[in-house]
Write a protein that binds this ligand. Sequence first.
Ligand code: SF4
Length: 375
Amino acid sequence: MHDKAESYKNESLSFSDAKALIDYLASGWSSHMPHTPNQEVYISFFGGEPLLNMRLISKIVAYIESLHSLNRRFVYSMTTNGWLLDKYQEYLVKKDFHLLISLDGDKYSNSYRISAGGTQTYDKLIKNILYLRNNYPAYFEKRVLFNAVLHNRNSLSKVTQYFVDTFGKTPQVSPLASSNVNPKYLDDFNRMKQTAETFEKLDDKAKEALIKQQFFNIPIIHDIVRDYFLNSGNVFRSYNELVFGQDSRHFQTGTCTPFSKKVYLCTNGDILACERIPSKFSIGRIVGGKVYLNNEEIASRYNTWLGLLSKFCRSCARSTTCNQCVFQIDDFPNNTACSGYLTHEKYEELRKQYFSILGKHPELYKLIFENVILT
Ligand code: SF4
């Protein structure tokens, strides 16, 4: 249903490209010691389906283990459909992989996920997950998480309850990705896209359970927290902002500064700031084992991209709390109409709604103060 970027089409990453990026980063790591010893670095594998290429993954892990004196602690993680979990569980447990298994809930909720042969994946997946849980209960408890995509065959409360009842875990939930939908499948997408379950429409018992289980994952609570913190006057994104105040000419949107959180290497050697960004926004490349990254060029491209939105952001009431990544705007940069744009009147209505929810659920204040750190 979604257009695949060129970089993801039927290719697998070469070991020499992966090694080139690791060596490039390792040279930076060995020259800049972290403030905290053994700072964690996550090495994450996404698909396609990473378990289909375990030969490459084990080679990369072995290479990282052969590097010394980096003063870093490497943590491995993987997002998997779980289809081959029975085959590779021993290795994953041995290397202490953090696993994120994609499962949308019970059999009906998961029925959009089908195997290459056209059969539903639910039965085999559940068998594999239970096999892992029975063989390695402590690992399962500590390292296994679930990600469910919301669509018209499930709902946030239904999915949450399923995972709590079946595995004693609260799942991560994500909406159906709305960017890069192939126009041919737009009707299917619109049919499948779940109109978000409105928190306010749930009965009190369901609300209470959802707050307890999902809290920050409930979209409206997430928005309330951001609004509450970022408009409090007590949150500063940098020391400059603390001393000199917020620069009103500065519009970062919700787009991450490249390399501030992660770096993503595609199978064709493209380097991106994040796995969710389309490959046309690559910021570098690996060719023939050599890494090409030009910081000035990256800064200039980002300034151009963010500049395209600045005229909207300037009058948008969300500018101080924005979490819109520009690369997730459909058909950006040809299209610069941001669906998150909010007039000041609309924003006031929204804030009234936030205050009404906080008024009805004062326990949220305590939860927010005790559990939320904005980074
Ligand atoms: S228009 Fe508003 S919501 Fe969209 S990127 Fe700019 S500040 Fe964010």
